[in-house]
Design a protein around this ligand. Sequence first.
Ligand SMILES: [Mn+2]
Length: 412
Amino acid sequence: MHKFDQCGPATRSRAAGAFNRQPAKKNHHPDFDKLQLRGWKSAEKEGALPTAAWEKEKAWALRMGLTGSDSLTDKSIPTFARGELPHYAGINTFLKAPYIEDVTQVGAYDAAVIGIPFDGGTTYRPGTRFGPQGVRKISALYTPYNYEMGVDLREQMTLCDVGDIFTIPANIEKTFDQITRAVSHVASSGALPIMIGGDHSIGFPCVRGIAECTSKRIGIVHFDRHIDIQEKDLDERMHTTPWFHATDLVNVPAVNLVQIGIGGWQVPREGVEVARERNTNIFTMRDVEELGLAETAARALELAWKDADAVYISFDIDSVDCGFVPGTGWPEPGGFLPREALELVSLVAKEGICGLEVVEVSPPYDCSDITALLATRVIVDVLGTLVSHGKMGSHKSIIDKPVSIPAGPEVA
Ligand SMILES: [Mn+2]
């Protein structure tokens, strides 16, 4: 109970001074119970996390990188940097996850990061072909542990980086085929596909890749300032068109497409017409403000999951206010604060997902890697949410038509 309540209402009314009022006792921490704070609960939760994978990584680092110099007192430090430490060193995969050269082995992991370096669908500022490398580079800042969630990705799941898809810069349709093939391979393996774009044109072939592996119905939650659902732009399927083509797929109905954050002066009327005809679900920033984050997420989940068996998350980094994400192709003021976006994407991911894409990070326009850092954060927050809600691996049950892609012949 708060101290004021014990003193009676007079102490905080305008008439308070008229009474022979007892001065409130000034405690430094009035009724303060730190055990009730999330901050303290998180500290307690950390104590229950295992450390086995970290111990294993340190032993592996000494085996791979040789024991360190005699003058070092910390005997876990190798001569050659291996694994997570130090953060400024090493060959950057996403979150220093193991690089899987042999993609036939991807199914050994719970989730796989796939880079999609392609900006041929961009209609203004290019540069997202450098998105995967930009995100990987700044992801080196992060440990696999999150204090508030009380999760340690290294201990509680397995993550790999399969590197990049071989895109074809001058041909968007061939690139789409390559992307669908790659994503269907990863999804069929049982690993959760996590795509780093690339411009938003990749949304269609990514969803097609997952949809191909299942007879089940897929919903999409799409975070963006842009509606991205017109049929063509500049006479081609561009980054303004992914949801027209994705919702043409038989098991990806438009009524399960939920678009959050749409608004401003960059929404083409051609796209709005399609959204209206196909009956998609659109939340503007004002809707989000009025409903609040929890209610927005609850409604989005209800719509995306209605008669669906899985949900895919498409996160366009430009859904965040352009003040926070200078490194993107079509910046727009008035979007999410980073804290809102992270909270909302986690609330949506807690029911489980069949894939995640984070698109439109353009490192050549970025400042201090902040756009790439936010993209990294969206990915690790979604992974952390899946782990903490026991949903990592939940997507596997929908894969009932796995594809098989032939490898080249044996090399002597
Ligand atoms: Mn956008």
